[in-house]
Design a protein around this ligand. Structure first.
Ligand SMILES: [Ca+2]
Ligand SMILES: [Ca+2]
Ligand SMILES: [Ca+2]
Length: 490
């Protein structure tokens, strides 16, 4: 109907067929379901997976030819990708999870000279996908598939740093050019490829004037708040979070994933390494061209875009210092909102001490009581037993204690967050679920009849059937200050 009159009938017919074939392949099936309203996050159950270690849906993207791919080694890429996650959504939903948290899918430094970037936390470009995880089309297909199942997509993000492209010898606070050097064996690029993050050389006057980085050495004292905020965490090049140019570029980069893919929530990595006001800017900035994420999300129909942060802070029994530090990223010193939740590291710490390591149950009882008073919204704090940065529960704890702990997070306030592989009894922190990946033992682990899979499934059903577990306020009926915890009951 939109062909030129001058063409012959035969040509028009041919063109029509060709074009209609093209249109069909480009818009096959109904429109993608990228944007859905926000759920009540208190009622969700999150499944956290490392994309590289979960499932390989496309073997063609595994090896990008820079020596970064080697499933025999924990430090290298194993080949998991977004298409693999999509392939296993029935498995994840069958467990009872309602949302999937994926590790950062953005383009990464693949090798810093000592270790690989398969985990995704070493960005080289915040607005592009890493070729190992797949294409924009595959990411959109994952979002679409999740939403069609009534599930939600949680993207892991980083505001604090890029990859590890430079380091210091003999750092001087007066002169960031002094002692600066690029890491000699960075693969596949020497510096981030995205403006303005590519301006990372303080010896270059233009870069120096732009002030995109803090240009500091590694943190050597994590109790020093200035170091924590401004130095390099584990060698990762610390961004100048105070610089409006940095803030705008990060809003632009991450707003892209909400708009283009339909991300429903962010998990903010290394949150306590950036000041709360930088996170507030990220979420609430009114800049009409590059607004904060809560505003971008509203434009896509999400009224409650959920961002929860990581603050690796654990209190000793009876103390609440770490709890209050974490709470400072939910409500700032003036009571203004920052994030909607923070990962509940203090509860994780107490659960491990009592359930896995035999400390008295009174420590957990007290932690639960404190949780309900120190935190303004404990029901939106994701709770967990282990993750990719700590030992898995079963590395040191008994399976009976793991079951008790799963029951605890499924019935206490907070969003239960399950680390992939727990339901298959994994003990190795970052082992692959798929046969060809690292540490898999040469077999797939998607067994929906595994005892811990079925146990978790039954707990998830109980939590969903009784809203008291996601909305209620617990009362500790009994605990014991003297006796051993639950680790000995096995
Ligand atoms: Ca792959
Ligand atoms: Ca920082
Ligand atoms: Ca570095």
């Amino acid at each position: 109907m939109f062909f030129f009159n001058s063409r012959s009938k035969a040509t028009t017919l041919l063109a029509c067929l060709t074009l209609s074939g093209f249109l069909n392949s480009a818009t096959a099936g109904p429109a993608l379901k990228l944007h859905v309203p926000s759920p009540d996050w208190r009622d969700q159950i999150i499944y956290f997976l490392m994309t590289d270690r979960f499932e390989d849906g496309n073997p063609h993207n595994n090896n990008q030819g820079a020596g970064e791919f080697n499933p025999q080694k924990e430090s290298h890429y194993s080949g998991g990708d977004l298409a693999g996650v999509k392939k296993r959504l029935d498995y994840i939903q069958g467990l009872g999870a309602t949302a999937v948290w994926i590790t950062p899918p953005v383009a990464n430094q693949w090798w810093n000279g000592e270790y690989g970037g398969y985990h995704g936390y070493w960005a080289s470009h915040f607005k592009r996908l890493d070729p190992h995880v797949g294409t924009l089309k595959e990411y959109q297909a994952l979002s679409d598939a999740l939403h069609r199942k009534g599930m939600y997509l949680v993207q892991d993000i980083v505001l604090n740093h890029t990859g590890d492209f430079f380091r210091y010898k003999n750092w001087s606070p007066q002169d960031p050019a002094q002692g600066f050097e690029f890491k000699p064996t960075s693969v596949p690029m020497k510096a981030p490829t995205q403006a303005p993050f590519d301006m990372n050389d303080p010896r270059n006057p233009v870069h120096r004037a732009a002030g995109i980085y803090h240009w500091t050495p590694d943190v050597n004292n994590y109790n020093d708040r200035q170091q924590e905020l401004n130095f390099q965490m584990s060698g990762l090049d610390d961004l100048n979070s105070e610089n409006p140019v940095v803030r705008r570029a990060l809003r632009d980069s991450y707003g892209h994933w909400i708009r283009q893919v339909g991300v429903d929530a962010f998990r903010l990595d290394t949150a306590v390494f950036v000041p709360p006001d930088a996170v507030q800017d990220f979420l609430y900035a009114k800049d009409p061209k590059h607004p904060g994420m809560r505003i971008v999300a509203q434009q896509t129909g999400r009224k409650d875009f959920f961002t929860f942060g990581e603050g690796f802070a654990i209190d000793r029994a009876g103390e609440t210092k770490a709890m209050r530090k974490i709470e400072g990223y939910v409500r700032d010193g003036q009571g203004k909102p920052v994030m909607q939740g923070m990962l509940n590291f203090p509860l994780y710490g107490s659960l491990g001490e009592v359930m896995a390591r035999g400390r008295p149950t009174q420590e957990l009882g007290e932690r639960i009581r404190q949780m309900m008073t120190v935190h303004s919204d404990p029901h939106r704090m994701p709770s967990f037993l282990d993750n990719h940065d700590v030992d898995r529960f079963l590395k040191g704890g008994h399976e009976v204690a793991l079951r008790q702990s799963l029951a605890a997070i499924m019935t206490l306030p907070g969003i239960p967050t399950l680390y992939y592989g727990t339901e298959q009894g994994f003990k190795e922190q970052r082992a692959a679920m798929f046969a060809a990946g690292y540490g898999s033992g040469g077999k797939d682990h998607f067994d929906t009849q595994a005892p811990l899979y079925l146990f978790t499934q039954s707990l998830a059903q109980v939590r969903k059937q009784h809203r008291v577990f996601s909305r209620g306020v617990p009362t500790v009926l009994r605990d014991d200050a003297a006796g051993a915890g639950l680790a000995t009951c096995a």
